[in-house]
Design a protein around this ligand. Structure first.
Ligand SMILES: [Zn+2]
Ligand SMILES: [Zn+2]
Length: 864
């Protein structure tokens, strides 16, 4: 952290001891402003009607675990700096905060501490809210959203019913991911390398359950396509989403099981992007968990054991984390499937590298034209049959057999019956059509994206508002009966099944259709439902008639969504796909105009310490409370912005926070020494003709405004912004403007300039260190609110260097330096360079080929 040194290099009154009243007492200053800010509840309130342009800046809402961690502080410090900057730039800013407060940890904590989840959660919220306030984050608390309260989750239920009515919520029996530690189902997005996203050490099991799903795949194509319309999102996030949605064009082909006596389950569907190679298919490969495998191994214990081994190998590979690297094994079942194109019998294998949760769980293996199939066929001596030849450019020449596997589509079909002679692209089209005409397949687009399973067999979540009636089947709870309240005082310590299922008063309900008995759904919703739309609720958080008012949401979201969304990259898939899905659904309901939730997304880097992620087990956790107590909120939050650029990983150093605190001390001491409000000259205009040292201060001031503004806007290089402010402070100390403190006489830097400089300093510090900035603002006698004080503008003429030093080269080698006016025309610079004594001596008698002048930078004289 080289910048830090700058804060200590320049003398800051070492010639005398700092007076007590010059000492920067962060706790005193911060508690004073903290009290004042608490008294004004509308301080950070967004205006509902405004002539100003709107700006919606949002940080992802936290899970109320009980205490903020440093990652939170960094996330919110970024958002807060931006919000304050936009207020100062004249925007009507919406900057809200809330609590993603349903979820498993509350249940586990409740069991551990014997405290009901609601009580535990609300207690944590209060504690974290206090921390946020102490850190000085400028949130509009009148819009606070707490997802575990009925006034919010009522609308989860309302949305669910709308989704159900539109056919976008449905129930089906399916193999689901089950985490034995969570004791609940996980969505595909929550399975990471075969493990639970929350329990990295726990393998996810497959269970068959009746589940509620949201039809995210209804929007697969749009979710993919619209990524191209989000240039304000990090490319890495868009790439992750593209891969997750995983679109591929191909053909679905049904192979019949040879010798099957019953029609049921006798079809093996295969998806292929290369149907043109199907005459070269010399085996089918099934995933070990393919439903047909059970049947094929029924009376063959040896085969069954082999399959079990493949399953174990696959599980092990998932554990290691990269299934793509698995050593490929397979076993021939001895059974055959019929290739529908030519009736040929194709052996059926079971292989460990075929995944049931990808595609159809079965592939056709074409060793001559696929890398992976080739490798497998070589190993198990399966026939390799060439069906594509490289396109022959010279018809006179006979085709040359290509090196195998030959995988490009630049080829012509051979040995492919009636399709021989077609080129690959044409064959894919013709063969797909053929399959469709004959009822055994079709051209199709598949997506890796699956529907979102939202049922959870847990207590602490939104009850799914559905009823089961013997007569009427599945019936939605009528809107007027919402919310379906989550009962309190439930014993959640018992295991086995949903806790709600053990409450007769919850389960037993009346069917709204027939008036008879109905059974209430006892599963709750995945908590990612809560966070899929919470940011719309902020626009109208107290509405009890609707999730939000269309016009209010329309004002803040406009056509492009949240102006700036900030959060961790770990949400690149889960939360950000779900909320994009929800947005598209709400748009189709006519509730909003925007297609996407956020126009700009920023993902901040992680905070680590000693090279490792902060964790209790490593004992390297830094507590925000301790930092605030020790160094103050300003120093703590400013450090998270200064240590590195916000998108990079930050390796925490306590000394770094200390460095920031020292810098803030210098700023404060300077202000104490150099504020002369009682002097009539203090508020006079800055004189036109300044002496050189004063002019240097003025120039530096305007250069600093320019640098901070440039690095802030759009780039968010807060670290360089802060470094620029530090340089300005160094310059102030360097010119010795310690008025009446043993420095130069006050005339050196006139009081009006001193006032303007300090005023600007307060403005520039406001987004990063609001407490101190407010204190300085008050010390300077400013009456207006700093929150909405206009961001300073720089004057290019004043920022410009009067003179610049330019290196002069001869044939690219540095030979001298000249000092010229900063705006000297090219010809003058050239003339001065040639007239330089040293240069003159070196070029005497030589022939000048060329003189290159880079204005303000360099002169290069080319000699023969
Ligand atoms: Zn788990
Ligand atoms: Zn009924």
């Amino acid at each position: 952290m080289p910048q830090e040194e700058k804060t200590t290099v320049v003398g800051d009154g070492h010639n005398r001891d700092a007076h007590d009243d010059e000492r920067y007492d962060a706790q005193r200053i911060e508690s004073k402003w903290f009290e004042r800010w608490q008294q004004d509840s509308s301080l950070y309130a967004a205006e509902s009607h405004s002539t100003r342009q709107k700006y919606y800046v949002l940080e992802m809402l936290p899970y109320p675990s009980g205490a903020l961690h440093m990652g939170h502080v960094r996330n919110y410090a970024i958002g807060d700096a931006l919000a304050r900057y936009m207020w100062m730039n004249g925007y009507n800013v919406l900057h809200p905060m809330g609590w993603d407060s349903f979820g498993l940890p509350a249940e586990n904590a409740a069991i551990q501490n014997n405290t009901p989840p609601r009580e535990w959660t609300l207690h944590n919220i209060a504690a974290m809210k206090a921390q946020m306030k102490r850190l000085g984050f400028a949130y509009d608390w009148s819009r606070e959203v707490t997802t575990c309260l009925p006034d919010y989750y009522k609308w989860n239920q309302w949305f669910f019913i709308k989704l159900f009515e539109k056919g976008l919520a449905y129930r089906k029996k399916s193999l689901v991911n089950w985490c034995p530690k969570c004791c609940t189902v996980l969505a595909n997005e929550q399975v990471v390398n075969g493990r639970c996203w929350r329990h990295e050490d726990t393998l996810v099991e497959q269970r068959e359950l009746e589940q509620w799903f949201l039809r995210t795949t209804h929007y697969s194509e749009e979710l993919l396509r619209d990524l191209d319309r989000l240039p304000g999102w990090p490319e890495k996030v868009r790439t992750m989403q593209r891969n997750w949605i995983g679109r591929s064009e191909g053909t679905l082909v049904d192979f019949k099981l040879d010798g099957a006596t019953d029609a049921a389950n006798a079809t093996i569907s295969v998806f292929t992007t290369r149907v043109d190679t199907i005459y070269g298919a010399t085996s089918l490969q099934l995933a070990p968990q393919h439903p047909l495998v059970v049947r094929l191994t029924k009376n063959n214990d040896l085969l069954r054991a082999e399959v079990e081994r493949l399953i174990a190998e696959q599980r092990k590979a998932r554990e290691v984390g990269d299934i793509g690297e698995i050593e490929k094994h397979g076993v021939n079942t001895g059974r055959y499937a019929l290739n529908p194109y030519n009736g040929e019998k194709v052996p059926i294998w079971v292989a460990n590298y075929i995944l049931m949760d990808y595609g159809t769980g079965a592939i056709m293996s074409v060793p001559a034209h696929d890398e992976r199939d080739y490798e497998f066929a070589k190993k198990y001596k399966i026939e390799i049959r060439l069906v594509i030849l490289p396109q022959n450019t010279d018809p006179e020449e006979t085709a040359v057999e290509p090196k195998l596997p030959f995988t490009t589509t630049q080829g012509t079909l051979v040995n492919s019956g009636r399709f021989s002679g077609l080129d690959c692209e044409a064959a894919i089209k013709a063969m797909s059509e053929h399959a469709e005409k004959n009822g055994f397949g079709k051209a199709t687009v598949t997506y890796r994206l699956k529907d979102w399973g939202i049922s959870r067999q847990r207590y602490w979540g939104t009850p799914i508002p559905m009823l089961y009636c013997e007569k009427d089947g599945i019936v939605a709870v009528p809107e007027k009966d919402l919310p379906v309240i989550l009962p309190e005082n439930v014993d959640i310590t018992l295991t086995g099944g949903s806790p709600l299922g053990r409450l007769p008063e919850f389960v037993n309900a009346t069917c709204p259709k027939c008036g008879g008995l109905a059974r209430r759904e006892t599963d709750t919703m995945d908590t990612f439902v809560d966070s899929s739309w919470y940011f719309y609720r902020y626009t109208d958080a107290r509405n009890d008639q609707a999730p939000f008012d269309r016009e209010k949401a329309g004002y803040w979201f406009g056509d492009r969504g949240i102006d700036q969304y900030i959060g961790g990259v770990e949400h690149a898939i889960l939360h950000l796909i779900y909320s994009r899905f929800w947005t598209k659904f709400m748009r189709d309901m006519g509730m909003i105009k925007n297609d996407e939730p956020a126009e700009h997304l920023f993902t901040q880097g992680m905070i680590i310490k000693g090279g490792a992620k902060m964790s209790k087990s490593l004992g390297n956790v830094v507590s925000p409370d301790e930092m605030v107590e020790h160094y103050g909120a300003d120093a703590t939050r400013m450090y998270t912005l200064f240590a590195t650029s916000p998108d990079r990983e930050l390796d925490w150093q306590d000394e770094g926070v200390e460095g920031i605190q020292r810098f803030l001390s210098r700023v404060y001491r300077f202000a104490v020494r150099n504020t002369r409000r009682e002097d009539p000259a203090w508020s006079a205009p800055v004189p036109e003709n300044l002496n050189p040292p004063a002019r240097a201060v003025q120039r530096k001031l305007h250069q600093t405004i320019k640098r901070v503004s440039d690095d802030f806007q759009g780039r968010w290089h807060f670290n360089t912004c802060i470094a620029a402010i530090m340089e300005l402070v160094n310059e102030l100390y360097a010119v010795g403007v310690n008025v009446g403190a043993g420095g130069l006489p006050t005339q050196v830097v006139p009081l009006p300039l001193l006032r303007e400089t300090q005023r600007t300093l307060a403005l520039l510090l406001a987004p990063f260190a609001p407490y101190l900035a407010y204190e300085l603002w008050e010390m300077l006698g400013e009456q207006s609110s700093l929150l909405r004080a206009p961001w300073p503008k720089y004057d290019p003429a004043l920022a410009k260097e009067d003179e610049v030093e330019i290196p002069v080269q001869i044939n690219g080698k540095l030979r001298s330096r000249i000092v010229v006016p900063a705006d000297a025309p090219e010809n003058d610079v050239r003339a001065r360079a040639l007239a330089d004594d040293k240069i003159g001596a070196m070029i005497a008698g030589k022939q000048i080929v060329r003189v290159i002048v880079v204005p303000g930078k360099l002169v290069n004289i080319v000699l023969r």
